[in-house]
Design a protein around this ligand. Structure first.
Ligand code: ADP
Length: 461
């Protein structure tokens, strides 16, 4: 039995976990940095312990302090959320060795999928298509160029330990390859402390379509359909939706089966995501698995009616999944906009500071997951996402209309936000046509007037 959970995270996901625990009758312990005392998850959790200074490496990344807090407060389990220690196999192992349940997959699954080259190799053996590329990491420029020539330009150089859209470089010929190879290695070393890179074919104008996996610890692995995350800026997701306007029932069924095969190759338990790129012809390729709950999980929750965070906790408590693949139905269309405290007019510079007036939209078919409130000060130390707006309805058109309506109601004064950008995208005919690929954002900025977010009555202040 799980009676008390430590939430090793902050922001909206920490609040999301508090809410799931409340409904399950489980007590919560928030751990927080000195910068997060005013945070809503600290105020709403049953107990709270300060674990250190504002910077992540003084607090949210300090496994030792988090485990000490867990022991002092006598919790049964730790939910890591996303980011921070959520995909750290050593942390998962430390929790288990202290008799604390890590709410996530086994450490060996995290380790296997955390190394992108190992992950690709593992799923390939299980019959899942992967992007053609090097067999594992490439250490010398000579070897790497050979691979690039074999698979054909353009190619993408990616960090084995990559994440968050960082550590990726595209090369179009031998000359740019030589330069980008060294840049990618240096970037990977700096960002992840691991300079290993691999090379794969750069798929032109793909869609990013990922499948939500839910698995129990007794071998049952299900998928909960897909999310189309093609709307990205610098390889970082901005808008996610489900179902994907691109998938046919046949392609969905084949990709769902491939996702289950990939998860079972990692002996997977708990919630996870299998990410694919899909090319213009409908060929799909595995790119990576995320071994945690994802930012965009509410999209799937609204489409399937399944509470993923509660399921994570029940699975961690050793329960069997109470439904089968045939019981999972997709009855709605849902779309999520990530609301970041950033200034679109200043190249998306972070805009921390104190929120004045704050009004979150509501009404039929609207969900807002956010830790923000009027008077809240957004600290400068963490990522800039202050909330997620999810709109859903029986069709894509209704979901889009509702998203636009809700964005128009959303008031965040005192800091700049990406709300005006989302309004411009949601009302763009190309996006509405459902044909957008990962190249959409670049094209969008080229088409829009440069002063789109500078002038006018954008409600961003
Ligand atoms: P990260 O772990 O940093 O998020 P991913 O491997 O998930 O990196 O890739 C993020 C995004 O980068 C993808 O959604 C896609 O837009 C782009 N990308 C990655 N690999 C390729 C590829 N081989 N061809 C084209 N685009 C790619």
């Amino acid at each position: 039995m799980i009676q008390k959970i430590l939430i090793a995270n902050r922001g909206e996901i920490a609040l999301r976990i508090v809410r799931a625990c409340r409904e399950l009758g489980i007590k919560t312990l928030a751990v927080y940095s000195e910068a997060d005392l005013q945070s809503l998850h600290v105020q709403l959790a049953d107990e709270a312990i300060c674990i250190g200074g504002p910077r992540s490496n003084e607090s949210y990344l300090r496994a030792d302090r988090i485990i000490s807090a867990a022991e002092v407060a006598d919790v049964d389990a730790i939910h890591p959320g996303y980011g921070f220690l959520s995909e750290n196999a050593d942390f998962a192992e430390q929790c288990e060795s202290c008799g604390i349940k890590f709410i996530g997959p086994r450490a060996q699954s995290i380790r296997m999928m955390g190394d992108k080259a190992v992950a690709k190799d593992t799923v390939r053996r299980a019959g899942v298509p992967i992007v053609p590329g090097s067999d594992g990491p490439v250490s010398t420029e000579e070897e790497a160029v050979k691979v690039a020539r074999r698979i054909g330009y353009p190619v993408i150089i990616k960090a084995v330990a990559g994440g968050g859209g960082r550590g990726m470089r595209i090369a179009h010929n031998d000359i740019s390859f030589a330069k980008e190879f060294h840049v990618a290695r240096n970037e990977a070393e700096k960002a992840f402390g691991n300079g290993a890179v691999y090379v794969e074919r750069y798929i032109q104008n793909p869609r990013h379509i990922e499948f939500q996996i839910l698995a129990d610890e007794h071998g049952k692995i299900l998928h909960l359909g897909e999310r189309d995350c093609s709307m990205q800026r610098r390889h970082q997701k901005l808008i996610e939706e489900s179902p994907s306007p691109f998938l046919t029932p046949d392609l969905r069924a084949r990709m769902g089966q491939a996702a289950i095969a990939a998860a079972s190759a990692a002996s997977y338990a708990n919630a996870g995501t299998i990410e694919f790129l899909v090319d213009e012809k409908g060929e799909f390729y595995f790119i990576e698995m995320n071994t945690r709950i994802q930012v965009e999980h509410p999209v799937t929750e609204e489409v399937t009616g399944i509470d993923l965070v509660k399921q994570q906790i029940l699975v961690a408590a050793g329960e069997h999944l109470a439904f089968d693949q045939k019981d999972i139905t997709f009855t709605k269309h849902a779309i999520e906009c990530r609301i970041n405290a950033e200034d679109p007019a200043r190249n998306f510079a972070p805009s921390p500071g104190t929120i004045g007036l704050y009004y979150a939209p509501g009404g039929h078919g609207v969900r807002v997951d956010s830790h923000a409130y009027g008077g809240y000060t957004i600290p400068p130390y963490y990522d800039s996402m202050i909330g997620k707006l999810i709109a859903y309805g029986s069709t894509r058109q209704i979901a889009l209309q509702r998203a636009y309506r809700a964005l128009s109601e959303y008031l965040v004064r005192g800091v700049k936000t990406t709300i005006p950008l989302h309004k411009a995208i949601i009302s763009d005919p190309l996006f509405c046509s459902g044909k957008a690929t990962t190249s959409y954002m670049e094209d969008f900025f080229a088409r829009m007037p440069p002063d789109l977010f500078v002038t006018g009555d954008q409600p961003q202040g």
